[in-house]
Ligand binder design. Structure first.
Ligand code: NA7
Length: 552
């Protein structure tokens, strides 16, 4: 029985701890809670001034989760999931941030979190089997383990457009939005990008601004969310049945309990297919992609869903020229993260909204007054960059990580990320990643994947203590086999056909490797559990029991 040391506090000044955790989003918070329960000491470093990670930074108008509230929440505490009330079916950013703060207070987490502090380096000390972690405030801490709870979309990316710095008006990035409300009343606003953040924010900005000019490079598929108020009946249906539903969600491909229609799109005739897509469109959200079981696998099946959404866009958008520009044609539906919206396509029927296709008229530069394209110069008051992130690896590679025998993470990953199970990388001992590349991460309900990784890591650290092991490192052959498997599974699907951030394609010069693991949350969990049960097969463990016992 692990000892309950949740009251244990080491404060924010300890220079030696068992575990350094980088990031106080949902991963770092739950990890801290679990480590304390084991009686381990931990310090969490967080660049922001508060908890919440993604939901701390992405405060843009309309920011909302595309996994429904009853499922996008922690499952580890029955009391927590019973007592918390979500006001809407799909939660808005302020509600998720309020939840993160509630959890931090309820489990008294903040006393071990050092805010406003970014980890800049981590150097492995081979003799002592410890890490020395450095921060931008000049502090150094020594720890046996480091866990990167750094998030998958935490390095926002400004585009390399000439003259960007010369713009005289206000500029914003959706991923680093100000904490106070931004007033767009009466202003002319350029929005660059049409990914999920833009699709969520454009309808809200358009209601307030004088004019909105959207600069689109690639149209995206978006499905109406059908968000609404949480009804007591719906909430109760979940709360009464939470244990069973959570357990079932863990076995699903995406970690979301969802209505999968387990047949091929080609098994239905055109009329039945249309009826099915219509029902899914009415249902709303990402469940659209589960209308059939082969939409991510079979191009002919996928084409039927594409045709349906194209038809919907043409139906909603009144100006046929604008509608044509909005049709995504260069990637199968779902191979870029599908967007979920409230009134996105409808917004283009507003008088004050214009769409500029930058394939037709490329952006040449940003001037002090606005955005100059090959066709026209648009004078604007504000520019909103909804241009995304250096996903999955960006934040990790900013940290100067030096592992065994001088191996640096940057060198190790110069051709793209290489991991064993998305949890560790060879050459860098005792450093775990939560939802790292090579794990289901961004293709899944992040809460489910975070809890799975935290549970696995905590169990591993505990096992190491019990077995007198001081170091764990991924085996190179096991890692190579896993990387090959991740690729092989990805290339069985349509995903690699899109220039997506899953592939690193949105960052010029970034190696193009399919980063998340498509094999599904359920199968992946089984694999991780088997590895642990086999005494951490595919990992090298070192350290003598006698030494550990003496140290304790
Ligand atoms: P995304 O999905 O990466 O979207 C970024 C958008 O910005 C996308 O439309 C890009 O076009 C566009 N972009 C990027 N660089 C440029 C330049 N230089 N010029 C014009 N347009 C550009 O990021 P989001 O923040 O919307 O969403 C990220 C995830 O958060 C989302 O998938 C959900 O999981 C939640 P492109 O497609 O690259 O042609």
């Amino acid at each position: 029985m692990p000892q309950d040391n949740s009251a244990l506090s080491i404060g924010r000044s300890a220079s030696e701890v068992d575990v350094v955790v980088v990031g106080a989003g949902f991963a770092g918070m739950y990890l801290l809670h679990r480590l304390r329960k084991l009686g381990l000491t931990a310090r969490v470093f967080e660049a922001g001034s508060g908890v919440g990670g993604t939901w701390y930074w992405n405060r843009y108008p309309g920011a909302r989760c595309d996994v429904e509230s009853m499922q996008y929440s922690y499952a580890f505490s029955e009391e927590l999931q019973q007592e918390w009330h979500w006001p809407e079916l799909f939660s808005a950013q302020p509600d998720i941030l309020a939840y993160a703060n509630h959890v931090a207070d309820r489990f008294d987490l903040k006393r071990d979190i050092t805010f406003n502090t970014r980890v800049t380096s981590a150097h492995w000390n081979a003799g002592a089997a410890t890490w020395t972690v450095g921060t931008d405030t000049g502090e150094t801490v020594t720890a046996r383990h480091v866990v990167m709870a750094t998030g998958c979309l935490s390095s926002s990316r400004m585009p390399d457009i000439e003259g960007r710095e010369s713009f005289k008006g206000r500029t914003f990035h959706t991923g680093q939005w100000p904490h106070e409300k931004v007033d767009f009343s009466g202003r002319t606003v350029a929005v660059i990008g049409t990914g999920s953040s833009a699709i969520q924010s454009i309808p809200v900005i358009a209601e307030e601004a004088g004019r909105v000019i959207v600069f689109q490079r690639t149209p995206n598929f978006s499905i109406p969310s059908r968000n609404g108020k949480m009804t007591p009946e719906y909430e109760q249906s979940w709360k009464q049945d939470y244990a069973r539903r959570r357990a079932e969600a863990k076995t699903m491909r995406s970690g979301v309990l969802s209505p999968l229609n387990d047949k091929s799109a080609l098994a239905d005739d055109a009329a039945a297919r249309r009826e099915n897509y219509e029902a899914r469109w009415k249902l709303g959200g990402t469940y659209f992609m589960q209308a059939y079981n082969d939409l991510a696998l079979n191009k002919a099946s996928n084409d039927t869903a594409v045709a349906f959404v194209h038809e919907k866009i043409r139906e909603i958008v009144k100006d046929p020229k604008v509608a044509e520009k909005l049709l995504p044609t260069n990637h199968p539906i779902g191979t870029k993260r599908i967007c979920v919206d409230t009134n996105y396509y409808e917004t283009y029927n507003r008088e004050n909204v214009s769409l500029i296709d930058i394939h037709e008229t490329p952006i040449l530069r940003i001037t002090p007054e606005g955005v100059q394209t090959s066709g026209e110069t648009y004078v604007v008051d504000d520019i909103v960059f909804a241009t995304g992130f250096d996903a999955m690896t960006g934040t990790l590679l900013k940290i100067d990580i030096i592992g065994r025998d001088g191996t640096t993470l940057r060198d190790k990953w110069h051709g793209g990320p290489r991991t064993y199970l998305g949890l560790m990388t060879e050459g860098i001992p005792n450093m775990f990643m939560i939802t790292g590349p090579g794990s289901p991460s961004v293709l899944s309900n992040m809460m489910v994947s975070i809890e799975q990784h935290v549970d696995w890591i905590v169990q591993c650290v505990d096992w190491m203590r019990a077995n007198g092991k001081t170091a764990i490192e991924a085996d190179l052959a096991a890692e190579n086999a896993w990387v090959e498997h991740v690729n092989e599974v990805a290339f069985r699907t349509l995903y690699p056909q899109a220039n997506s951030w899953y592939m690193g394609a949105n960052v010029p010069g970034k190696p193009q490797v399919f980063m998340p693991y498509i094999g599904g949350v359920g199968a992946y969990r089984v694999k991780c559990d088997e590895v642990a049960a086999a005494g951490y097969a595919g990992f090298h463990l070192s350290g003598a029991k006698a030494t550990a016992a003496a140290a304790e």
